[in-house]
Design a protein. Structure first.
Length: 198
């Protein structure tokens, strides 16, 4: 399966690599900026073109909104919108808010407009997707492997396995059920809604 990996790059470099390594271990083909090479065109256009050949979408999100071509939406949000338009199975991973990491903390948004846009985007992600919560790179790799590994076994009406947890973080939380349209390839809102598991 060809899986597009979307995220901001400066803050999530180590987490991206962990996700890519997990996909490789599963025998999947990762479509990611790290492999685009010297392609002509701007970053936004190139990434959207690459998505046309993808079969699934992984989105990793923390505290950075990212590069905004022409001052509009970020490349990262444009990639998510394209995944929605293409109706790709979406695998959404959001940072545990209390988790600290040198790169992530160093690249938090400070611009007021970008902070607002990020908050709106994160709220939309939570509203439209059931997501997993990650902490360190190893924890994210585990979640990616479980998500992709379970994709072909999940029936649309089956909630995600309760074994997917951010257990590497002291006091952390597991995956969160929301009123959603996708989780690990799921196309039906799972139940229960708005419930966290320890």
């Amino acid at each position: 399966m060809r899986v597009f990996v979307s995220s901001t790059s400066l803050d999530l470099r180590e987490h991206r690599q962990a996700a890519l390594d997990a996909l490789h271990r599963l025998g999947q083909v990762a479509i990611a900026m790290e492999y685009f090479g010297g392609v002509s065109g701007d970053g936004n256009g190139v990434s959207l073109d690459k998505m046309a050949d993808s079969e699934a979408f992984i989105g990793l999100y923390a505290h950075r909104y990212g590069y905004r071509p022409n001052g509009g939406k970020s490349v990262t949000e444009n990639e998510y919108d394209e995944a929605v338009r293409l109706k790709l199975p979406r695998f959404i991973f959001k940072i545990e808010p209390r988790y600290t990491h040198a790169l992530i903390d160093a690249h938090r948004e400070t611009d007021a407009d970008s902070i607002r846009l990020l908050a709106d985007f994160m709220a939309r992600l939570s509203r439209d997707n059931v997501h997993a919560i990650f902490t360190n790179p190893d924890n994210l790799a585990m979640l990616v492997m479980q998500a992709i590994g379970n994709k072909d076994q999940m029936h649309p009406s089956t909630p995600p396995s309760p074994s997917i947890q951010a257990s590497d973080f002291s006091g952390g939380v597991g995956h969160q059920f929301n009123n959603s349209t996708s989780y690990f390839g799921n196309t039906t809102p799972p139940t229960p809604k708005d419930k966290r598991r320890p």
